[in-house]
Design a protein around this ligand. Structure first.
Ligand SMILES: Cc1cc2nc3c(=O)[nH]c(=O)nc-3n(C[C@H](O)[C@H](O)[C@H](O)COP(=O)(O)O)c2cc1C
Length: 259
């Protein structure tokens, strides 16, 4: 006798092409020589710009960087990450308040007293366009990695890319056809990341405790040095030093008042 619809649903694995793409995603830092053409970039970005945007502000810009000298300068700011130089295409995703300021000026104002909300809105907009770009590129077989190290020195990056006031690079992105197939990095158990109706703190902390040995096993498998409490150790080691502590002051100089 055929299953009732509810039973059929339970038996079927729910999936789709998009879900499989997302489930297989991993950062790629080594690239084949095959070019990522301007025509491809145009199509990818046109699709990515359909990302949702707060109040239709479209508070982002994307800079394509192909010039090797510019890449070398950006890599120097970004902790000398070789993939910034080697990737066929580097994109800088900017939070951009210039057009919003122009709209203000038409109405007799400027953005000299902009606030945290506007900075966040532009930053979120840039991030959404960035992830959409990543996925649009993936659909053409192009993979890559995001580069937060562009925030190491927002003023130096602005100088290199000729950014006007009220624009900063939220992150960069190296893109190209992959020349490596790294093992996927595990994620924390979703039992502690997905909550039902109310936040479950016990489950959240249990997920973290379960993750340390998982990440350690992953790093052991790929021959990367780690500690027993891999994730909690790394997070503490990196973030207890207050990395990029100058960021708020640097972004204020760029015209973003995160206060
Ligand atoms: C905003 C952002 C900035 C990142 N910056 C860097 C970076 O500067 N260099 C790098 O090698 N990876 C960078 N990554 C990649 C993360 O390290 C990577 O996504 C994370 O370790 C998980 O690995 P996976 O992407 O392979 O799953 C960044 C990721 C994000 C989302």
């Amino acid at each position: 006798m055929p299953d009732a619809p509810e039973q059929r649903d339970r038996h079927q694995t729910v999936t789709s092409e998009t879900i499989e793409v997302l489930k297989n995603r991993r950062s790629i830092r080594k690239y084949a020589d095959d070019p990522v053409t301007d025509a491809m970039v145009e199509v990818i970005l046109e699709a990515a710009f359909r990302a949702p945007t707060s109040s239709n502000l479209q508070a982002y810009s994307v800079i394509q960087v192909r010039d090797p000298d510019t890449r070398a300068k950006l890599a120097a700011v970004g902790g000398n990450q070789q993939h910034i130089i080697d990737c066929p295409l580097f994109l800088a995703f900017c939070a951009d308040l210039t057009r919003i300021e122009a709209a203000f000026q038409k109405n007799g104002h400027d953005l000299s007293d902009n606030n945290m909300e506007l900075g966040l809105v532009a930053t979120i907009d840039a991030a959404l366009v960035g992830m959409s770009t990543y996925l649009a590129a993936d659909s053409l077989g192009i993979r890559g990695v995001m580069i937060g190290a562009m925030r190491n020195d927002p003023e130096a990056v602005a100088e290199i890319l000729g950014l006007p006031d009220r624009v900063y690079v939220v992150f960069g992105m190296c893109l190209g056809y992959p020349a490596e197939a790294p093992k996927q990095k595990p994620r924390m158990p979703k039992s502690g990341m997905i909550h039902h109706e109310r936040y479950d703190l016990e489950a959240a902390l249990a997920a973290m405790a379960a993750y340390d040995p998982d990440l350690r096993a992953h790093y052991d498998a790929i021959g990367k040095d780690t500690t027993d409490d891999s994730w909690s150790h790394d997070v503490h080691a990196k973030f207890s030093k207050r990395p990029r502590d100058h960021l708020r002051a640097a972004l204020k100089k760029r015209g973003f008042d995160f206060t």
